[in-house]
Design a protein around this ligand. Structure first.
Ligand SMILES: Cc1cc2nc3c(=O)[nH]c(=O)nc-3n(C[C@H](O)[C@H](O)[C@H](O)COP(=O)(O)OP(=O)(O)OC[C@H]3O[C@@H](n4cnc5c(N)ncnc54)[C@H](O)[C@@H]3O)c2cc1C
Length: 264
């Protein structure tokens, strides 16, 4: 690793004000520490959020479940509130990586990192969630802007994410067996404003799949999702699968997600 200074503030205000110059937040360290070890990431200072207890926890706000940025995947998976309000979210968190990753990795770190194969971005986009930071509220539709890119400004701190409770939702991924990241993951949600389908793992960033949304708006059935031929244009091709394979998997995963949502 390159050398760096280390700070461990006790509250969100101190954490935000520590972000001067070339500083970076440290959450669960599951992505950042790996990148630092490989010398792919270097910062003058790490601001460890581990002592900021106000960023941890889960509560209900009307029909929304609000999850603090430092809440771990294991805590989301085990939460009775999440399981009741948005069961798909508890399932998603419980399927991330392995036990160590789930015990260390956090919601805030996962979405700030915006890994193109990460699971949570599909839930943020699929549910139309709202990301609350120390500066503003960012709609899920505008949060992910590209490969490892988000709408966050330098030094902006994610405080929590508010996920609406919807009529039906489910997340299904075709996972990369070594890491369990999504080769293709699809989040389907039947909301009061219509059907939303968000795809992760297939392209440089999470995206909504309009052809499947349109098909499911007419008929919310696994068959309707599976019948859609998704275009491979712009999708990833790598050693794990071609763009054509990923395109085919989007319809298959969407169809399984609809079946899971209907079975709840
Ligand atoms: C072996 C392995 C398997 C994995 N499998 C999966 C998987 O199946 N699905 C999946 O979705 N993910 C997977 N992950 C990723 C994991 O979910 C972590 O959540 C993710 O790596 C980042 O979360 P973190 O808390 O560790 O963040 P960190 O690594 O500490 O930080 C990541 C980035 O987010 C920034 N950041 C952190 N918190 C905040 C905040 N509150 N505000 C603003 N910026 C912030 C940091 O500065 C850094 O740039 C896997 C990781 C590993 C190592």
């Amino acid at each position: 690793m390159y050398p760096f200074d280390y700070q461990r503030p006790a509250n969100a205000a101190d954490a935000a004000s520590a972000m001067r110059g070339d500083a970076r937040f440290l959450a669960g360290g599951q992505s950042l520490v790996q990148a630092m070890k490989l010398q792919l990431s270097a910062s003058e200072r790490l601001v460890d959020l581990g002592g900021v207890t106000e960023l941890r926890g889960i509560c209900m706000d009307g029909g929304n479940v609000v999850i603090g940025a430092m809440t771990t995947h294991a805590d989301v998976a085990a939460s009775a509130q999440v399981r009741k309000a948005v069961p798909a979210l508890a399932d998603l968190a419980g399927g991330i990586g392995d036990a160590m990753v789930r015990n260390m990795g956090t919601l805030g770190g996962a979405i700030a990192n915006a890994d193109p194969a990460a699971c949570y971005p599909a839930a943020v986009l699929g549910l139309g969630a709202t990301v609350r930071t120390n500066l503003r509220s960012i709609p899920g539709d505008g949060f992910f802007t590209g490969l490892y890119e988000t709408a966050l400004k330098p030094g902006e701190l994610i405080l929590s994410v508010s996920f609406p409770s919807v009529a039906r939702s489910a997340y299904v991924k075709n996972k990369q067996p070594a890491s369990r990241f999504a080769l293709v993951g699809v989040f389907v949600a039947q909301t009061s404003a219509g059907v939303r389908v968000a795809v992760t793992g297939a392209a440089g960033s999470v995206f909504r799949c309009k052809p499947i949304e349109d098909a499911l708006a007419k008929s919310f059935t696994p068959e309707a999702a599976k019948a859609v031929k998704v275009s491979a244009d712009g999708l990833n091709s790598d050693l794990h699968g071609s763009a054509a394979y990923r395109a085919a998997m989007i319809s298959v995963m969407a169809s399984r997600a609809v079946a899971a949502a209907l079975a709840r």
